[in-house]
Design a protein. Structure first.
Length: 327
């Protein structure tokens, strides 16, 4: 079966530098990957009007030199008001009826991505998540009622989505993903449903969501509904390499140096070592200081020498307190 089309989103600023790291790590760790790497670039119009979203020429040349195809799109519905919506609207640049895999740009490919059965598997998404949504109020509604209201909205079977090994009202009982990666057999069907349902929830949320925030969680609220509705679900053991020894969703370079294993650091530093890559990445302060000046290893790593907190928030707080954070 043909390799899936890979999709990331990049625009001026942090995302274009992360796109360089993604492409460099893909070529380093999966040199035999035969699929297309498509970089969706939002145009500075529509919902991004008034913002300079265009990737710099130097970045564009470097990405194309690593085999990436940069394809522009116009965001009509989310844009600057909800940048996470880029991943929803960017699916429109992919050819229909061809398997796809979306990755957040802040992802490092650390292993042979070409050996995973992405093109053959049913739709799924990342399980590297915390119980961030919903936050049921003290007197209800609870997790079950909130999630069921969404399944009912779109005519989905709620019961079949549950993980019955988890107790009632525990967040892991309910289908919930991180939207850092997801995939499916047809981006046209996936993208249209993702867009339609996200707009429905944003514009007219069920009353059970009255106490819930949808910013920044909208994409992660709707994603499990889309995947379940398309016959997918939690990823199986054959995809364990995602968020494992094949890909690493690091989210932020300081977080990578804080919590990822030595093997991940080695891939990052080796993949970004070539002069043509270093020349461009040094224009991005986090890469300049953490990778090329060695501050990631020398300054961040020792902060957590005695162990990492269980949650991400205190790690971020420690990094910010010590001056090692960039938004």
């Amino acid at each position: 079966m043909a390799a899936p089309n890979l999709l990331i989103v990049a625009q001026a600023g942090r995302l274009e530098f992360e796109a360089i790291i993604f492409a460099a790590s893909l070529r380093h760790s999966a040199p035999d990957f035969a699929g297309r790497l498509i970089v969706a670039e939002p145009r500075p119009d529509g919902a991004w009007a008034g913002h300079d979203t265009r990737i710099a020429d130097d970045t564009r040349s470097l990405l194309e030199g690593m085999g990436a195809e940069i394809v522009p799109f116009t965001a009509r519905h989310f844009g600057a008001a909800y940048p996470y919506g880029n991943k929803i609207e960017a699916l429109s640049v992919l050819p229909g009826d061809e398997p796809f895999a979306f990755f957040d740009t802040d992802t490092l490919v650390v292993g042979p991505l070409d050996r995973l059965p992405l093109a053959a598997a049913r739709p799924a998404a990342s399980m590297r998540r915390e119980g961030t949504w919903p936050e049921p109020p003290l007197y209800g509604p609870g997790f079950g009622t909130i999630w069921k209201s969404l399944y009912d909205r779109f005519g989905l079977d709620f019961a079949s989505s549950l993980d019955l090994s988890q107790p009632d009202e525990h967040w892991e009982r309910y289908l919930y993903f991180n939207a850092g990666w997801f995939f499916g057999p047809d981006p046209a069907a996936f993208g249209q449903r993702f867009l339609d349902w996200a707009l429905s929830v944003r514009n007219d949320p069920p009353e059970e969501l009255a106490c819930q925030s949808l910013d920044p969680w909208l994409d992660q609220v709707v994603l499990p509904l889309v995947i379940h509705g398309l016959g997918g679900g939690r990823p199986g053991p054959d995809l364990a390499g995602l968020d494992g020894d094949v890909t690493c969703h690091y989210r932020n370079l300081p977080l990578l140096y804080a919590r990822e294993p030595e093997a991940v650091l080695e891939v990052l530093e080796t993949a970004t070592a070539p002069n043509r890559i270093k020349k461009r990445l040094r224009h991005w302060e986090p890469a300049k200081k953490l990778i090329y000046q060695g501050k990631g290893r020398a300054k961040i790593r020792p902060l957590f020498a005695n162990g990492l907190p269980a949650k991400e928030k205190p790690i971020r707080q420690a990094l910010k307190k010590n001056g090692w954070w960039w938004d």
